[in-house]
Design a protein around this ligand. Structure first.
Ligand code: MN3
Length: 253
């Protein structure tokens, strides 16, 4: 089979695998953690979304992200999105039972906000690791992801500059994302407002940085760009590469 056909098949498979707001393909990169109960944000036994356990301590990302911020962010903010997502699903189920759709816009909006909030945070935690030798965080990507970054942005330095500029300038609360757009098979940098707005439909999120003030204000105050620059010291590129492979239908080799 010519390489072009193979690439097209992989893209079709990646698109076909996209379910539940794209959750399946972009979490496949975390397969190694899937055996830990609840680590991916879904409780298979209870059939409810759940706050994922972190694979590192709240102080493990110091000095890039301080322990107090991590603890509050995970146990208060993220936990709130998990509750909001489960509540939206329960109310939508109740609406189907009652046949009364008067609140459909409200609960659909709640589903989008809290669903995107929960899944974005789950990806955020999994995409970081303690900096330096043995920790797994920081440095630069290797392999196919490194090649794709050079192809689509010119160089890693140009990618990093655009990512920091985009994430720094999100209007209000939101996220900066590196995404893989599987139709063209290219990488893009996207801004998200709140959790759910401005997304490129079908694009698979690979690397995200939370730029809500709750993510950095204790240590960085108004210096959002300094926080995003420090975030690069704790990016777990091995995880981001695994997501890139999964989004191209290359999970597990
Ligand atoms: Mn947050």
């Amino acid at each position: 089979m010519p390489e072009n056909d193979q690439t097209a098949v992989s893209r079709r498979e990646a698109l076909g695998a996209m379910t539940v707001a794209g959750a399946a393909p972009f979490l496949l990169g975390s397969a190694a953690l899937a055996s830990q109960s609840g680590s991916l944000g879904w409780d298979f036994a209870a059939k409810r979304y759940t706050l994922p356990t972190l694979s590192y301590g709240y102080d493990a990302l110091e000095p890039a992200i301080d322990a107090d911020t991590m603890r509050i962010h995970h146990t208060k903010h993220h936990a709130g999105y998990v509750r909001g997502l489960n509540r939206a699903l329960e109310n939508l189920e109740a609406m189907r039972e009652s046949g009364d759709a008067a609140m459909i816009k409200h609960w659909s909006r709640e589903l989008a906000f809290h669903g995107a909030g929960h899944l974005s945070h789950t990806l955020f935690w999994l995409g970081m690791a303690p900096a330096g030798e043995g920790g797994g965080g920081g440095g630069e990507p290797t392999g196919d992801l490194a090649k794709a970054i050079t192809r689509d942005f010119g160089s890693f330095a140009k990618f990093k500059a655009q990512f920091i500029a985009a994430a720094s300038s999100v209007e209000g609360s939101g996220w900066g994302w590196l995404v893989h757009e599987p139709v063209a098979g290219r990488l893009m940098i996207a801004q998200a407002e709140k959790h759910q707005n401005l997304s490129v439909t079908g694009a698979v999120p690979l690397l995200g940085v939370d730029v809500w003030e709750h993510a950095y204000y204790l240590r960085y105050q108004n210096r959002r760009a300094d926080y995003i620059t420090a975030f690069f010291d704790v990016i777990k590129w091995g995880e981001i590469s695994a997501r890139f492979d999964a989004s191209r239908g290359k999970a597990g080799g």
